[in-house]
Design a protein around this ligand. Structure first.
Ligand SMILES: Nc1ncnc2c1ncn2[C@@H]1O[C@H](COP(=O)(O)OP(=O)(O)OP(=O)(O)O)[C@@H](O)[C@H]1O
Ligand SMILES: [Mg+2]
Length: 363
């Protein structure tokens, strides 16, 4: 079974004044000129999960500039059980709020319904940029497998920021610091454990080497994920002076990194060609989707922005058939309809255009 958007509705979202879209195929190919509004649709779907969406934008950016009213989007989703209606939009405080089946729900709880994975052009540089991008990539994959991961990460960050602030201000309140270090211990170890579990699950769900390569991957860094929460809290306690001088916590899972290698070439991902790096990303995302299907019985929704452009015809065919085998709903974009020719009857082809009253989609 696969999770699937059946209907998507946008109101004053990015370039869309309004969109009502019925979805009736497992693969959705969105084509159209640059700036038409293709990625905006994938971004809208990405907001069915917690977080800032696939552009990592702030909620204020979502509101359609020409309208100056609050943005909103909703989707009817086929799930393992009953269909679910998710809504998200600007709340009264300007932050984003959410509803499930008409009832207010915490944004973080969206992750329990909408399991999503995405690849965007911005991720093309994930192996050559700093560790922050790779941690985020790993955290997204972890969140898809463990919906509580977002909350664990948020709580860890909150405790860490508060401790940084106390140390910076020179507040010498040992009990408050200890309480924060206990929280960092608890959430930090859970965070690291979640990532390790997710990575194990997805690496063992990798397919045999084919058009897409097998990846070797591990979590690296000073922080030992086998540490107990108490041991990590003690370590933080003993590092107060050092962390105060640095202005931040120098050890913890927030400093770990994801190391990826192209297995059959025995080469670090960062040294691979652009196309090879993209193929490794696809391998990881497909393995993640398979792991998720294995653990929950449900394939996630895939958002693959400009995916087809990077691959030759053979890789495109292989990608479409992998997705078809998974049974996952996949939203893909490209400027040229020809990129999606190999999908034949399995796809819903949509053309996106910039109209006078905002972007429009033609079936
Ligand atoms: N808040 C907003 N209000 C109105 N328009 C917006 C807003 N945010 C983005 N846009 C517009 O949306 C358009 C970009 O849409 P999008 O990124 O979906 O294009 P695209 O079809 O994916 O193009 P490309 O092929 O270049 O990737 C731009 O014209 C941009 O100005
Ligand atoms: Mg785009």
């Amino acid at each position: 079974m696969s999770l699937a958007v059946r209907h998507l509705k946008l109101v004053a979202f990015r370039s869309y004044a309004r969109l009502d879209l019925d979805v009736n195929a497992p693969m959705i190919a969105l084509t159209g000129p640059n700036g038409a509004g293709k990625t905006n649709i994938l971004e809208a779907v990405s907001l069915l999960a917690p977080g800032r969406g696939l552009r990592r934008a702030s909620p204020a950016d979502f509101a359609r500039k020409q309208q100056g009213i609050g943005w909103a989007l909703s989707a009817l989703l086929d799930t393992q059980t009953d269909p679910v209606m998710l809504w998200t939009g600007a709340g009264e405080d300007g932050r984003r709020s959410a509803k499930q089946d008409g009832k207010a729900a915490p944004v973080l709880s969206l992750g329990r319904v909408a399991r999503l994975l995405w690849l965007t052009p911005a991720l093309d540089r994930v192996f050559v940029e700093g560790p922050g991008e790779r941690r985020r990539f790993l955290d997204r994959m972890t969140l898809s497998l463990l919906p509580d991961h977002a909350e664990t990460a948020t709580r860890y960050d909150r405790a860490m920021r508060e401790r940084n602030r106390l140390l910076k201000d020179g507040h010498d309140d040992p009990r408050w610091l200890s309480a924060l270090e206990t929280q960092m211990g608890e959430y930090g170890v859970a965070l690291a454990g979640g990532r390790a579990h997710a990575l194990d699950a997805l690496l063992s769900a990798q397919a045999d080497e084919g058009v897409f390569p097998r990846a070797e991957a591990g979590i690296v860094g000073e922080f030992d994920p086998a540490m107990t929460p108490e041991a990590f809290a003690r370590l933080l306690h003993d590092a107060r002076h050092r962390d105060a001088q640095a202005g931040r916590a120098l050890t913890g899972p927030h400093r770990n990194d994801l190391a990826v290698r192209y297995a059959s070439k025995d080469t670090p991902a960062a040294e691979c060609s652009t196309g090879e790096q993209k193929a490794l990303l696809v391998s990881l995302i497909l393995a993640n989707a398979r792991a998720l299907h294995g653990e929950t019985g449900v394939a996630p929704i895939l958002l693959l922005d400009e995916i087809a452009a990077h691959f030759d015809a053979e890789r495109r065919v292989a990608l479409f058939s992998e997705i078809a085998a998974l049974g996952a709903q996949a939203w893909m974009t490209g400027t040229e309809p020809g990129l999606f020719e190999a999908m034949e009857g399995t796809a819903q082809r949509l053309v996106v255009r910039e109209g006078e009253t905002g972007s429009a989609v033609e079936g």
